[in-house]
Design a protein around this ligand. Structure first.
Ligand code: MN
Length: 257
């Protein structure tokens, strides 16, 4: 009964929205498999044969409720992020020049990636780096106003935390289609807000090789189940999940680099 109801809900949602049917069917299949006891084996994310791997989410899928719902977190981590890792592993298997390099090294030096593999690496190593950071810079019982060095740096470069938030939210709402909003540190020691399309990352040379401190995923897969077309509402709610301790750690790392 529960399964039928879930399936009906998903199909109704599919009819109302442009969200891909494949995503919804994945969600449906996850539930169906969980009910048949096949869950453990069948739900393991498929990330291919390595060398890149998907770290487990550092908290429960439901830990960021009510700001981000459990189903979105599960699909996002176990399906979308896993797919970036699998695609990166697949291209690495076919391209000897990519072996022995971390995903970060690859996106910092895209010009060195053989041309035939470059777009696949850009999208999938980018996706892997972006999402690895994303899970870490969020946490349960987080959010609020930052403290420590990041708070001082934000005040110095944006006048106030509120002005920074407005600028960051604008970067996210104005990004047409899929992409990310970022807070990044430049080589001059200054913070800036930017947005990138697709799975691009501020580390890429064309954005000035910035170091990303904080990023929000504004792909529809990050928010559509709960917020539908209301991206601005998602951007606003997302601040309740920001793990400022981790952002301070990233600032410290960036300053040492
Ligand atoms: Mn994503």
């Amino acid at each position: 009964m529960e399964t039928n109801y879930s399936r009906r809900s998903l199909l109704r949602l599919a009819a109302m929205t442009p969200l891909s049917t494949a995503v919804l069917m994945n969600a449906f299949q996850s539930r169906a498999l969980a009910m048949t006891g096949e869950a453990e084996k069948s739900l393991a994310p498929d990330t291919g044969t390595g060398p890149h791997s998907l770290a487990p989410l550092p908290y429960a899928f439901s830990a960021l409720e009510p700001f981000i719902d459990a189903q979105t977190m599960e699909i996002h981590h176990d399906r979308h992020h896993a797919a970036y890792v699998k695609n990166l592993n697949d291209i690495t298997g076919k391209t000897p020049e990519l072996k022995g390099k971390s995903a970060e090294e690859l996106i910092r030096n895209l010009a060195e990636v053989p041309e035939g593999a470059r777009m696949t690496v850009r999208n999938n190593a980018g996706g892997h780096v972006n999402h690895t950071m994303f899970w870490q810079i969020m946490a349960p019982k987080a959010g609020g106003v930052p403290s420590g060095p990041i708070a001082d740096a934000i005040k110095r470069d944006f006048d106030s935390f509120e002005k920074f938030q407005t600028s960051f939210n604008e970067a996210g709402t104005k990004r047409f289609g899929s992409g990310w909003a970022w807070l990044a540190l430049g080589k001059d020691g200054k913070l800036s807000v930017l947005s990138t399309p697709n799975q691009d990352n501020p580390m890429m040379a064309e954005y000035g090789s910035l170091y990303p401190l904080l990023g929000n995923d504004v792909w529809e897969h990050a928010y559509y189940l709960k917020y539908q077309n209301k991206r601005a509402d998602y951007l606003k709610a997302w601040w309740n999940t920001v793990n400022w301790n981790e952002v301070n750690k990233r600032l410290e790392m960036a300053q040492k680099a």
